[in-house]
Ligand binder design. Structure first.
Ligand code: NDP
Length: 282
């Protein structure tokens, strides 16, 4: 069965639009910092801006030259930290190689850190504390599983990929001793041995690898839920995931498509986090 991230994201966005509509006076504001001219980053920023407009969230894109010094990026972030009409700040990744991502992330006010990458929010997430901003992609996966009534508690979740933006935070969220979490989580990466043995033991398999159609039918336990985070652009412009959708959907119980799966859920969570940032600042 298809897990329609796009449809669920649209429902969430409609709820957010309703809540934003009821706000009289200043509307929630998201600032996006875009450094350089990476075409993929520019496209992501455009879609975030469009999504904000659709729900009535104000968005401000700060475009900075690729050659900018670290101190100047931090100066721009500090101005946004002080700006009372901005509730949420995100820095579009990846950054040019001369800019230290961790210093830039740490410069964002944790109360406006809508991507949840600031060390304070990462720490709170790991500790299972309420009130942290959770990173949008793993949060989107968690919400999609819950809204699709996929059991998580006690299930074996295998996540392929250990990045700070997908794999690690998703593991931290799903392993929490909480309702709708309580999963047994295994993380795999490029050094993992016998990957297919591991993936075949997964009740929920999450692919966040960045390799087109890496996950094949033989790697799936019949009936398992398969979440495809990958976004890979083919030379002809088509977007495909990390999962060989056609063959894997023959054995999976549930599966997300690419596009139309985790991508829209990520955007919906960005809007949700921005609204939360607004409500917390009030
Ligand atoms: P990274 O490149 O940071 O991480 C990829 C992970 O995959 C690494 O942990 C790497 O292992 C692992 N890996 C690579 N090759 C193999 C292999 N042969 N076997 C097992 N593991 C392997 O990627 P991200 O986490 O940033 O993104 C992953 C994918 O998700 C990309 O396609 C990206 O575009 C997409 N994405 C989609 C989003 C959305 O909104 N839908 C949001 C964010 C990302 P190692 O650590 O050992 O190198």
């Amino acid at each position: 069965m298809l897990l329609n991230g796009k449809a669920i994201a649209q429902e969430i966005q409609a709820e957010i639009a309703g809540q934003v509509h009821q706000i009289t006076g200043r509307k929630p504001g998201l600032a996006v910092v875009l450094v350089g001219h990476n075409p993929a980053s520019q496209a992501y920023v455009r879609s975030k801006k469009k999504a904000c407009a659709l729900v009535g969230i104000q968005s401000l894109v700060i475009e900075l030259p690729a050659s900018i010094a670290l101190s100047d990026v931090i100066y721009e972030i500090e101005k946004l930290n002080q700006n009372p009409s901005i509730d949420a700040i995100l820095v579009q990744l990846p950054l040019p190689p001369h800019l230290d991502e961790s210093q830039i992330t740490a410069a964002i006010d944790p109360n406006k850190d809508v991507d949840g990458f600031h060390p304070i929010n990462v720490g709170k997430m790991l500790l299972g504390e309420e009130g942290a901003f959770l990173p949008c992609t793993p949060l989107g996966i968690h919400v999609l599983l819950q809204k699709s009534s996929i059991p998580i508690e006690g299930q074996h979740v295998v996540i392929i990929g250990r990045s700070n933006i997908v794999g690690k935070p998703l593991a931290a969220i799903l392993m929490q001793k909480k309702r709708h979490c309580n999963a047994t989580v295994t993380i795999a990466h490029s050094q993992t041995k016998n990957l297919a043995v591991l993936t075949r033991s997964a009740d929920i398999l999450v692919a966040a690898i960045g390799r087109p159609h890496f996950i094949k039918k033989e790697m799936i336990q019949p009936g398992a839920t398969v979440i495809d985070v990958g976004i890979n652009r083919l030379p002809d412009g088509r977007l495909i995931g990390d999962v060989d959708f056609e063959s894997v959907s023959e054995v999976a119980g549930h599966i997300t498509p690419v596009p139309g799966g985790i991508g829209p859920m990520t955007i919906a969570m960005l809007l949700q986090n921005t609204l939360r940032g607004y409500n917390d600042q009030k």
